[in-house]
Design a protein around this ligand. Structure first.
Ligand code: DAH
Length: 339
């Protein structure tokens, strides 16, 4: 009996040392401590022992059972700790690894160009003025010297909302609104924003953007207009650019001019973009019509002013060599990523 206990004890210790998983431990528990396990079997054999041998054998068996229970729980603890350590090692974060790049959006080319235009004029001391996109017919036409029955109103096919209101067809109404507000103070403003016309082709869109400019003060002349626009054009398109003024007509300016810049592609020699003329038209401008000044309360004997209006899309197309206006509004990511 004693030999048997010793044998089991040794086998058990060996197996415990080798056990490497919770499952194996559970198997060992059944094998030794279970109802049909080795220790139970031994206990059953106690009856066959001599009475004087029994206490000793009983004690040894008890010790064996206790020893096994302790070892099992110690081993279990050890395995659990090892498993935790392994898990921690596997889940360790290396904070020095480079991050994965986040894709950044970019600004729309129209925003880029508008901001650049604003910067140039802000640098010349202009402030920014905004006007409503749903505009009164009164400001969009009448206050710009186009009375209700003026044939020039047919020039612009507009989106009317009702008899009195429309989506503004130009940023020029901001001129009249600003003059009303500031008269008799001097004015030096630009006004960028969306405008709407019934047009839709490769060079016209029903919604596009303009930037208006207005300067009103004593002693303002056409030379001031020309100097201002030359400065703008050179900052926008390069120091080598020249401008020329051609006589034109707008009801709210007198005289009126159309402004061309020397072609940035051929430098003025003539190419496809400038249709072999060496010049590209970029904006309309003129001296504010005395009647327009008067309607806001400015004395045209004392005050003079110049105004200009240009298409932002047109400036962007010239600057980036884009030949179809519609790409500006389709928002194809491949196009937008160029900016
Ligand atoms: N509003 C004109 C247009 O839409 C552009 C324009 C021309 C604005 C001459 C002006 C100007 O301020 O003086 O075609």
């Amino acid at each position: 009996m004693l030999d048997k206990i010793k044998e089991i004890r040794e086998a058990m210790e060996q197996e415990l040392r080798e056990a490497a998983s919770g499952d194996q431990l559970r198997e060992l528990k059944v094998k030794y401590l279970g109802k049909k396990g080795s220790i139970s079997e031994l206990s059953k054999g106690m009856g066959k022992l001599q009475p004087e041998e029994r206490p000793k054998a009983g004690q040894l068996l008890n010790e064996l059972r206790l020893k096994l229970e302790e070892s099992l729980s110690a081993k279990q603890q050890e395995l659990a700790e090892k498993a935790l350590e392994l898990k921690m090692a596997q889940e360790k974060l290396d904070v020095t690894l480079p991050g994965s790049p986040v894709k950044l959006g970019s600004r729309h080319p129209l925003t880029v160009v508008t901001d650049e235009m604003k910067e140039i004029f802000l640098g010349m001391g202009y402030t920014i003025e905004e006007g409503p996109q749903v505009e009164l017919d009164y400001y969009n036409f009448e206050r710009l010297n186009l009375p209700a029955d003026h044939p020039a109103r047919d020039m612009q096919d507009s989106f009317y909302i009702d008899a009195k209101r429309l989506l503004r067809s130009q940023t020029s109404p901001v001129q009249a609104r600003t003059m009303d507000r500031l008269c008799p103070q001097p004015i030096k403003i630009i006004s960028p924003g969306a405008v709407y016309r019934r047009d839709d082709d490769a060079t016209h869109s029903p919604m596009f953007h303009q930037m208006e400019g207005l300067v009103v003060d004593e002693g303002i002349s056409l030379a001031d207009l020309k100097g201002t626009l030359l400065n703008f054009v050179r900052q926008m398109f390069g120091e080598e650019r020249e401008i020329r003024l051609r006589p034109s007509f707008f009801p709210f300016t007198e005289p009126s001019v159309e402004v061309d810049i020397s072609c940035m592609l051929c430098g003025g020699k003539g190419c496809r973009t400038c249709k072999d003329t060496g010049w590209i038209e970029i904006l309309g401008a003129g001296m504010v019509h005395p009647h327009v000044l008067e309607m806001s309360g400015y004395d045209p004997e004392k005050f003079t002013g110049f105004a200009f209006g240009m298409g932002v899309e047109r400036i962007a197309m010239l600057k980036y060599g884009i030949d179809d206006l519609r790409v500006m509004f389709e928002n194809d990511v491949r196009f937008l990523q160029r900016f």
